[in-house]
Design a protein around this ligand. Structure first.
Ligand code: MN
Length: 207
């Protein structure tokens, strides 16, 4: 059973950068539909009792299970994305992730450039990510529902670049949406918590 988590802030909590109307549709319609569809497809199958992450890893690349993968992975990606944002977030990170970003990309500004570039060059729908891969931080883009989870990489941060994430507020200006998320909304405490958890559970950055 995959669940629809509540948003961690009110629907108007990310205004003026992401409107309540966008969040009402994005969480209440798009995300909910991925969750409901995944649960319908999973009902009565051997996957039904598995964890959300296991369902994604098991169905990735299996052409007989594309619909389950797409809906389950989209449900996971969205639940993760909501937590990556917060009111009055964004700007420069603090803590461990700040140091690792400097090491990996040669400074915060280079990281911002890389994440914006990943988001704007993802052709069509998809996601831009900061991930831990072994002892490295990487910026990635993935198409559609694809997730770093089934590529043995640990998601630390994501930005949804599907049109439904920004079209009501920014129309075709995906770069402006990305800039607003990075400058005003990223929840760096969540990113640092993901890094700490990855260190504990997946033995990344142990050197
Ligand atoms: Mn979305």
């Amino acid at each position: 059973m995959i669940t629809l988590p509540d948003l961690p802030y009110p629907t108007n909590g990310l205004e003026p950068h992401i409107s309540a109307r966008t969040l009402e549709f994005h969480h209440g319609k798009h995300h909910k539909t991925y969750v409901d569809t995944a649960n319908k497809l999973l009902a009565g199958t051997s996957l039904a009792g598995k964890s959300h992450e296991e369902i994604i890893r098991t169905t990735a690349g299996d052409s007989s299970k594309t619909a389950i993968f797409n809906n389950a992975a989209q449900a996971w990606n969205h639940a993760f994305y909501w937590q990556c944002l917060k009111p009055r977030g964004g700007g420069r990170p603090t803590g461990e992730v700040a140091r690792l970003i400097d090491d990996a990309f040669g400074g915060f500004d280079k990281f911002v450039e890389g994440l914006k570039n990943a988001g704007t060059t993802q052709f069509g729908s998809g996601w831009a990510w900061l991930v831990a891969s072994g002892n490295r931080l990487e910026i990635l883009k993935t198409p559609n529902a694809e997730s770093p989870l089934h590529h043995n990489k640990t998601p630390l941060l994501t930005v949804d670049v599907w049109e439904h994430a920004y079209y009501l507020d920014y129309q075709n200006r995906r770069a402006d949406y990305l800039a607003a998320v990075i400058d005003k909304l990223i929840n760096w405490e969540f990113v640092n918590a993901n890094l700490a958890k990855a260190r504990e559970e997946e033995a990344v950055f142990t050197a």
